[in-house]
Design a protein around this ligand. Structure first.
Ligand SMILES: NC(=O)C1=CN([C@@H]2O[C@H](COP(=O)(O)OP(=O)(O)OC[C@H]3O[C@@H](n4cnc5c(N)ncnc54)[C@H](OP(=O)(O)O)[C@@H]3O)[C@@H](O)[C@H]2O)[C@@H](O)CC1
Ligand SMILES: [K+]
Length: 524
């Protein structure tokens, strides 16, 4: 798992070291790491004679970049420093000068001439601003970045120092004028904006460098599971398990309009190794489910978790009354429930005046469904564009409003909970944007929940958030496997699941974070 901490928490952890006079060695380690990544990306043999441009703001982020530039100049790179503010880190500037770097002031050179220096560089280090910044870029560096970004060549490497300048590092918001990096070298721990959409798309491949600042797991703000986490988290049956002890999932899904959603959700669940599936729905849809999967048991009965909603029409009184009834019963026994699609219409605000006991819930809306949910719960600020600009902010707001885990689906899916870290999973290939993929995902999360939540703590919202993140990641990995770079249909994802799970349980295919869709060049 990759963990991220807010700049506030990282500063608090750094403070005792700074007070003890350890600031310079921390910066030296940070700068050396940036220079090493730059050397690697330039392909070590080609550092001598390569052109490196350093964008240096006036804070310590600029200091890191200047010292890194000094390392590279000493290795024979031609280094051009563009000072983007009216001041600069004095130690870093002196080191860069002493190493032979050429120093330019953005104010003197003008944005378009400085952009030319950037355009011809083999590598650019972004040290404009770091964790001390407010979001967005100020003039004239904003114009500089706007001039340079469209002119970038494919072979140019852009390395962000600690974070791409301009993003909102706390919320993951990013305006058009942010720096778009191929790689971000970040210090002590990742920062939320490096994992959260849309800013994660500006960070490229994230490399965390341990500079000796101790950070506590309990203060993690944002997290991303790695494929290697499947091995420690997937619910694996023991030799004495039988179908009931493994976990039974109840599914209320499908309608005459969308019978296939019930088949897809059930298909996603059964591929995850659930002990048994009980299906509740119309006879017509139940026949379709059983025709596809004879092992599914029709009708209600004892379950360890419920999945409500794929393919349900909120205007279908029969199905919605099933959902409300089983939801109320689940509340009595605190049985975890996954609510998707049409069943989201049954979700009330946590502070609703209606007397009720909610079960622990995972809600799985896409952006449009989140807007509908929050509007119904009385939020007047919500809009699709607001949700797309700040998915984590809205997922967190919805989680607090409903006292549930909220899985906000998107190119990077955000999993928020009322208290505790927000997960962000970005494994899914773009081919995953296809009808029915969400039904399969709901089935996967339902199956993991039913097979993992035997203990009381297993039903807690932090545990449910972990199950949801595991489900989202595995769904994305299965989609990648099924796609192989080409088109997929939703059913292909379910078919690919057992082999993907088996590979990771066996410890095969353990790739580091970022090696899937998060790796490589930023979206320009
Ligand atoms: N602490 C440590 O031990 C270590 C810290 N390290 C490094 O320090 C970095 C944090 O450094 P930092 O705190 O100096 O802040 P930083 O982001 O460089 O600059 C803030 C300055 O920028 C300005 N500014 C603000 N917003 C702006 C905007 N939108 N656009 C333009 N300018 C803006 C603002 O000016 P003001 O608003 O005051 O006019 C302020 O002066 C951190 O990311 C890491 O790289 C590492 O070396 C490891 C050890
Ligand atoms: K930066």
């Amino acid at each position: 798992m990759i963990r991220a901490w807010t700049p506030k928490d990282i500063r608090a952890a750094e403070q005792p070291l700074l007070d003890a006079g350890h600031g310079p060695p921390l910066m030296a380690r940070a700068a050396a790491a940036v220079a090493a990544v730059c050397v690697r990306e330039l392909d070590a043999g080609h550092v001598y004679g390569s052109r490196v441009a350093i964008l240096a703001g006036k804070g310590n982020n600029g200091g890191d970049a200047l010292y890194a530039g000094a390392h590279l100049a000493r290795r024979g790179a031609r280094v051009d420093v563009v000072l983007t503010a009216d001041d600069a880190h004095q130690g870093g500037l002196a080191a860069a000068r002493a190493s032979g770097a050429r120093i330019h002031r953005l104010d003197d050179r003008g944005a378009s001439r400085a952009a030319e220096l950037l355009r011809i560089a083999d590598a650019v280090l972004d040290g404009i601003v770091g964790t001390g910044a407010r979001p967005g870029l100020r003039s004239p560096v904003r114009e500089l970045v706007a001039n340079w970004t469209p002119a970038r060549s494919e072979r140019q490497i852009v390395i962000a120092v600690d974070m791409p300048s301009g993003i909102d590092v706390d919320t993951g918001e990013a305006s058009d004028d942010c720096v778009r990096a191929d790689c971000t070298v970040t210090f002590a721990g990742a920062k939320p904006g490096l994992l959260l959409p849309p800013a994660a798309g500006c960070a490229g491949n994230v490399e965390v460098v341990d500079i000796g600042v101790p950070l506590a797991d309990e203060t993690t703000a944002t997290a991303r599971l790695n494929p290697s986490d499947i091995a420690g988290r997937w619910p694996v049956p023991g030799p004495h398990d039988h179908k009931y002890t493994r976990g039974v999932l109840g599914i209320v899904a499908g309608s005459s309009g969308y019978p296939g959603a019930a088949v897809l959700a059930t298909g996603g669940s059964r591929a995850c190794g659930v002990g048994m599936i009980r299906y509740v729905g119309s006879d017509h849809v139940a026949r379709a489910v059983n025709a596809a999967y004879p092992e599914v048991v029709p009708g209600n009965g004892r379950v360890q978790a419920w999945l409500f909603g794929p393919g349900i029409d909120p205007a279908d009184d029969d199905r919605m009354s099933d959902v409300r009834r089983y939801l109320a019963e689940a509340g009595d026994t605190q049985l975890p429930c996954v609510l998707d699609a049409g069943a989201l219409a049954a979700v009330e605000a946590a502070d609703s005046a209606v007397q009720r006991t909610d079960p622990p819930m995972i809600l799985t809306p896409h952006a449009g469904e989140l807007v509908a949910l929050m509007t119904r719960l009385g939020d007047t600020d919500v809009s699709r564009s607001a949700v797309e600009a700040a998915p984590a902010v809205w997922a967190q707001r919805a989680a607090r409003r409903t006292d549930a885990v909220v899985v906000l689906k998107g190119p990077v899916t955000v999993i928020a909970q009322p208290h505790g870290p927000t997960y962000a999973q970005g494994e899914a290939p773009s081919w995953l944007a296809t009808a029915g993929a969400g039904d399969v995902l709901a089935g996967i999360i339902g199956a993991i929940t039913a097979t993992s939540s035997e203990t009381a703590t297993g039903k807690s919202l932090p545990a449910l958030a972990g199950y949801a993140a595991l489900g989202v990641m595995t769904h994305g990995l299965a989609a990648g496997r099924a796609s192989g770079g080409g088109p997929i249909a939703a059913g292909d994802i379910a078919a690919a699941l057992p082999a993907v799970i088996a590979d990771h349980l066996a410890g095969a295919d353990r790739r580091p974070v970022g090696e899937h869709s998060t790796r490589g060049r930023a979206q320009r």
